[in-house]
Design a protein around this ligand. Structure first.
Ligand code: MLT
Length: 263
């Protein structure tokens, strides 16, 4: 389905009934990454996934990618769906978006799931890396980005042995349009520090991390959970960054038992 929000068409899926959970994907992915969650969790909850602007089946304008803009788009989608309050679940860049959403619209949040993400902004070196990656995307296309990213997203065992999963992840990246990729990279490079946001979070929060995640590490996740009052931390065994796709059963179990407590 599509909704016209803030001047762009946004694609989304809305399945199931009960407590609404909005899943926000990472870079440079789409709502396809949440298929293992939609399939199972929609039996118990109202599961909403969307393609952020620049991704999947949503429009990819050449203009205006910021964490605040992504947050405004999600708020527009909640309004469109007449949802007053939802659990917001963000993976990696989606977590950066969720922090922005919480700063602007805390009254629309029932609970937070922060999966394989971190509150710190980019370092100066990290920002240079974003710039270079955007030039690569412009010059060589999304396939070149997929080549760089893939080994960091899944555990070596999955990269070697799970060809169907690898193909799904690769296709998600190679079909992302270059304006979306460059827009994300600029938005991530410019994103504010969310560390001060941690102590403002006053809703139930679940932090999830893959035990082999080298991009947003278990140590980062522990610090983040320690910084949020009452937050719960779940470590997913045998998973790297894309923990929800690599070990969906464990990820779904963690989300289910968390959301059940805040119904
Ligand atoms: C993501 O998975 O969304 C990205 O790796 C996040 C990042 O590059 O900071």
């Amino acid at each position: 389905m599509k909704a016209h929000i803030n001047g762009v068409d946004l694609a989304y899926t809305d399945q199931g009934q009960g407590t609404p959970i909005v899943f926000v994907h990472g870079f440079p992915f789409s709502r396809v990454m949440w298929d293992p969650q939609v399939k199972v969790l929609s039996g118990q909850f109202r599961v909403i996934t969307l393609d952020l602007r620049g991704h999947g089946e949503s429009d990819a304008p050449l203009w205006l990618y910021t964490m605040d803009q992504f947050a405004d788009d999600i708020k527009g989608l909640l309004d469109h769906l007449s949802i007053q309050k939802a659990v917001l679940a963000g993976f990696s860049m989606g977590g950066y978006v969720v922090f922005a959403f919480y700063r602007k619209y805390a009254d629309r949040v029932k609970g937070l799931v922060l999966a394989d993400t971190r509150p710190q902004p980019d370092s100066a070196e990290g920002r240079v890396g974003r710039f270079k990656m955007a030039q690569t995307a412009q010059k060589d296309g999304a396939g070149a980005i997929a080549d760089v990213m893939l080994p960091k997203l899944l555990s070596p065992a999955s990269v070697k042995g799970r060809s169907e999963l690898v193909q799904t992840v690769r296709t998600m990246m190679t079909t992302t349009k270059v304006p979306g990729i460059a827009g994300d990279l600029m938005a991530m490079a410019e994103r504010p520090d969310s560390v001060p946001t941690l102590k403002q979070i006053a809703c139930p929060t679940l932090v999830i991390v893959g035990e082999l995640d080298g991009l947003t590490t278990p140590v980062d996740a522990r610090h983040m959970a320690d910084g949020i009052r009452g937050a719960r931390l779940e470590t997913i065994p045998a998973a790297a960054h894309l923990s929800n796709m690599e070990q969906p059963e464990a990820f779904n179990r963690a989300v289910t038992s968390f959301v059940e407590t805040i119904k």
